[in-house]
Ligand binder design. Structure first.
Ligand code: GDP
Ligand code: MG
Length: 168
Protein backbone atom coordinates (compact mmCIF):
# COMPACT_ATOMS: atom_id res chain seq x y z
CA UNK A 1 0.00 0.00 0.00
CA UNK A 2 1.41 3.36 -1.00
CA UNK A 3 2.25 5.79 1.76
CA UNK A 4 0.14 8.47 0.05
CA UNK A 5 -3.14 6.80 1.06
CA UNK A 6 -4.79 9.89 2.58
CA UNK A 7 -6.74 8.05 5.30
CA UNK A 8 -3.55 6.36 6.54
CA UNK A 9 -1.54 9.53 6.68
CA UNK A 10 -4.19 11.92 8.08
CA UNK A 11 -3.20 11.25 11.75
CA UNK A 12 0.42 12.07 10.88
CA UNK A 13 -0.51 15.34 9.26
CA UNK A 14 -2.71 16.32 12.20
CA UNK A 15 0.28 15.85 14.50
CA UNK A 16 2.52 17.94 12.24
CA UNK A 17 4.44 15.05 10.62
CA UNK A 18 5.12 14.38 6.98
CA UNK A 19 6.18 10.98 5.65
CA UNK A 20 9.29 11.12 3.47
CA UNK A 21 11.77 8.69 1.91
CA UNK A 22 14.76 8.11 4.18
CA UNK A 23 17.09 8.73 1.22
CA UNK A 24 16.99 9.47 -2.51
CA UNK A 25 18.87 6.23 -3.17
CA UNK A 26 17.16 3.73 -5.45
CA UNK A 27 16.89 1.14 -2.67
CA UNK A 28 14.72 3.47 -0.58
CA UNK A 29 12.21 3.80 -3.41
CA UNK A 30 12.18 0.11 -4.34
CA UNK A 31 11.57 -1.28 -0.86
CA UNK A 32 9.39 -0.25 2.05
CA UNK A 33 11.76 -1.73 4.64
CA UNK A 34 15.31 -3.08 4.76
CA UNK A 35 17.17 -5.21 7.32
CA UNK A 36 19.44 -3.21 9.63
CA UNK A 37 20.77 -6.04 11.78
CA UNK A 38 20.77 -9.73 10.85
CA UNK A 39 22.14 -12.93 12.36
CA UNK A 40 25.50 -13.67 10.68
CA UNK A 41 24.14 -16.77 8.93
CA UNK A 42 21.75 -14.65 6.83
CA UNK A 43 22.64 -12.27 4.02
CA UNK A 44 20.65 -9.43 2.50
CA UNK A 45 20.12 -9.42 -1.26
CA UNK A 46 19.27 -5.80 -2.20
CA UNK A 47 18.19 -6.74 -5.74
CA UNK A 48 15.39 -9.04 -4.56
CA UNK A 49 14.87 -7.41 -1.17
CA UNK A 50 15.03 -10.84 0.44
CA UNK A 51 17.32 -12.26 3.04
CA UNK A 52 19.09 -15.48 2.15
CA UNK A 53 20.37 -18.22 4.46
CA UNK A 54 24.14 -18.76 4.14
CA UNK A 55 24.47 -22.51 3.84
CA UNK A 56 27.00 -24.11 6.17
CA UNK A 57 27.46 -20.97 8.30
CA UNK A 58 26.97 -21.33 12.04
CA UNK A 59 25.05 -18.60 13.85
CA UNK A 60 27.36 -16.87 16.31
CA UNK A 61 26.64 -13.14 16.24
CA UNK A 62 24.62 -10.30 14.74
CA UNK A 63 25.88 -8.12 11.90
CA UNK A 64 24.94 -4.63 10.70
CA UNK A 65 23.76 -4.47 7.07
CA UNK A 66 25.88 -1.99 5.11
CA UNK A 67 23.10 -1.06 2.61
CA UNK A 68 20.89 0.10 5.52
CA UNK A 69 23.74 2.15 7.00
CA UNK A 70 24.19 3.84 3.61
CA UNK A 71 20.57 5.02 3.77
CA UNK A 72 21.03 6.34 7.31
CA UNK A 73 24.10 8.33 6.28
CA UNK A 74 21.90 10.50 4.04
CA UNK A 75 19.97 11.94 7.01
CA UNK A 76 21.15 15.38 8.05
CA UNK A 77 18.38 16.23 10.58
CA UNK A 78 18.50 15.41 14.29
CA UNK A 79 17.17 11.87 14.61
CA UNK A 80 14.79 10.08 16.95
CA UNK A 81 14.10 6.35 16.89
CA UNK A 82 10.75 4.63 17.21
CA UNK A 83 11.30 0.90 17.64
CA UNK A 84 8.97 -1.91 18.61
CA UNK A 85 9.75 -5.25 20.24
CA UNK A 86 7.69 -7.97 21.88
CA UNK A 87 6.18 -11.43 21.35
CA UNK A 88 5.85 -12.92 17.84
CA UNK A 89 2.43 -12.52 16.19
CA UNK A 90 1.36 -9.65 18.41
CA UNK A 91 0.95 -7.08 15.62
CA UNK A 92 4.35 -5.33 15.85
CA UNK A 93 4.95 -5.16 12.09
CA UNK A 94 1.38 -4.05 11.52
CA UNK A 95 1.61 -1.20 14.06
CA UNK A 96 4.95 0.06 12.80
CA UNK A 97 3.66 -0.15 9.19
CA UNK A 98 0.76 2.10 10.17
CA UNK A 99 3.29 4.47 11.75
CA UNK A 100 4.90 4.60 8.30
CA UNK A 101 1.53 5.53 6.79
CA UNK A 102 1.00 2.15 5.12
CA UNK A 103 -0.67 -1.20 5.74
CA UNK A 104 2.33 -3.39 5.08
CA UNK A 105 5.57 -1.37 5.02
CA UNK A 106 6.99 -4.19 7.17
CA UNK A 107 6.27 -7.80 6.26
CA UNK A 108 3.30 -9.19 8.18
CA UNK A 109 3.26 -12.73 9.56
CA UNK A 110 0.76 -15.44 8.80
CA UNK A 111 2.65 -18.31 10.44
CA UNK A 112 3.27 -19.13 14.09
CA UNK A 113 7.01 -18.66 13.59
CA UNK A 114 8.46 -15.17 13.49
CA UNK A 115 8.12 -13.52 10.06
CA UNK A 116 10.58 -10.73 10.79
CA UNK A 117 14.20 -11.85 11.21
CA UNK A 118 16.61 -9.58 13.08
CA UNK A 119 15.96 -5.85 13.10
CA UNK A 120 14.43 -3.97 10.15
CA UNK A 121 14.25 -0.29 9.29
CA UNK A 122 11.53 1.52 7.33
CA UNK A 123 12.57 3.34 4.15
CA UNK A 124 10.03 6.04 5.01
CA UNK A 125 10.69 8.37 7.93
CA UNK A 126 8.46 10.78 9.81
CA UNK A 127 9.62 14.36 9.72
CA UNK A 128 8.19 16.90 12.10
CA UNK A 129 7.65 20.08 10.09
CA UNK A 130 8.05 22.59 12.91
CA UNK A 131 10.57 20.81 15.12
CA UNK A 132 12.68 19.69 12.15
CA UNK A 133 13.63 16.23 13.43
CA UNK A 134 13.39 12.91 11.66
CA UNK A 135 11.97 9.75 13.24
CA UNK A 136 13.26 6.41 11.99
CA UNK A 137 10.91 3.43 12.30
CA UNK A 138 12.33 0.11 13.47
CA UNK A 139 10.68 -3.31 13.58
CA UNK A 140 12.16 -6.35 15.30
CA UNK A 141 11.94 -10.09 15.32
CA UNK A 142 9.33 -11.43 17.72
CA UNK A 143 10.43 -13.09 20.90
CA UNK A 144 9.03 -16.33 22.29
CA UNK A 145 8.92 -20.03 21.62
CA UNK A 146 9.48 -19.83 17.85
CA UNK A 147 12.00 -17.00 17.84
CA UNK A 148 15.60 -17.38 16.71
CA UNK A 149 16.94 -14.67 19.01
CA UNK A 150 16.29 -14.27 22.73
CA UNK A 151 14.26 -11.36 24.10
CA UNK A 152 17.38 -10.08 25.81
CA UNK A 153 19.39 -9.97 22.58
CA UNK A 154 16.58 -8.23 20.69
CA UNK A 155 16.08 -5.54 23.32
CA UNK A 156 19.85 -5.09 23.73
CA UNK A 157 20.30 -4.80 19.95
CA UNK A 158 17.49 -2.26 19.70
CA UNK A 159 18.98 -0.21 22.51
CA UNK A 160 22.46 -0.43 20.98
CA UNK A 161 21.12 0.48 17.52
CA UNK A 162 19.33 3.54 18.92
CA UNK A 163 22.46 4.55 20.80
CA UNK A 164 24.63 4.26 17.68
CA UNK A 165 22.21 6.31 15.58
CA UNK A 166 21.67 9.03 18.17
CA UNK A 167 25.37 9.32 18.89
CA UNK A 168 26.37 9.92 15.26
N1 GDP B 1 -7.57 -8.01 12.90
C1 GDP B 1 -6.36 -7.57 13.26
N2 GDP B 1 -5.29 -8.24 12.78
C2 GDP B 1 -4.08 -7.80 13.13
C3 GDP B 1 -3.89 -6.69 14.00
N3 GDP B 1 -2.55 -6.51 14.18
C4 GDP B 1 -1.96 -7.46 13.45
N4 GDP B 1 -2.87 -8.23 12.80
C5 GDP B 1 -2.60 -9.38 11.92
O1 GDP B 1 -1.95 -10.36 12.73
C6 GDP B 1 -0.91 -11.01 11.98
C7 GDP B 1 0.41 -10.86 12.71
O2 GDP B 1 0.74 -9.47 12.77
P1 GDP B 1 2.25 -8.99 12.65
O3 GDP B 1 2.19 -7.50 12.66
O4 GDP B 1 2.94 -9.64 11.50
O5 GDP B 1 2.83 -9.53 14.04
P2 GDP B 1 4.33 -9.49 14.58
O6 GDP B 1 4.85 -10.90 14.49
O7 GDP B 1 4.22 -9.05 16.03
O8 GDP B 1 5.12 -8.53 13.74
C8 GDP B 1 -0.90 -10.35 10.59
O9 GDP B 1 -1.62 -11.18 9.69
C9 GDP B 1 -1.59 -9.04 10.81
O10 GDP B 1 -2.26 -8.58 9.62
C10 GDP B 1 -5.06 -6.00 14.52
O11 GDP B 1 -5.01 -5.06 15.28
N5 GDP B 1 -6.27 -6.52 14.11
MG1 MG C 1 6.87 -8.92 12.49
Amino acid sequence: MAADDKSLTAPHRRQGYEILPISQKDLATRQTSVPLILPNDFQYDPSSGKIVKKEGEKRTHLVVVEEALELLRDITDPVSILGICGPARSGKSYVVSRMAGAHDAFELGNKMSSQTLGIWMGTKVLRHRKEGFTTILIDSEGTGKYSYISRWRISQSLRFTSYMMLDR
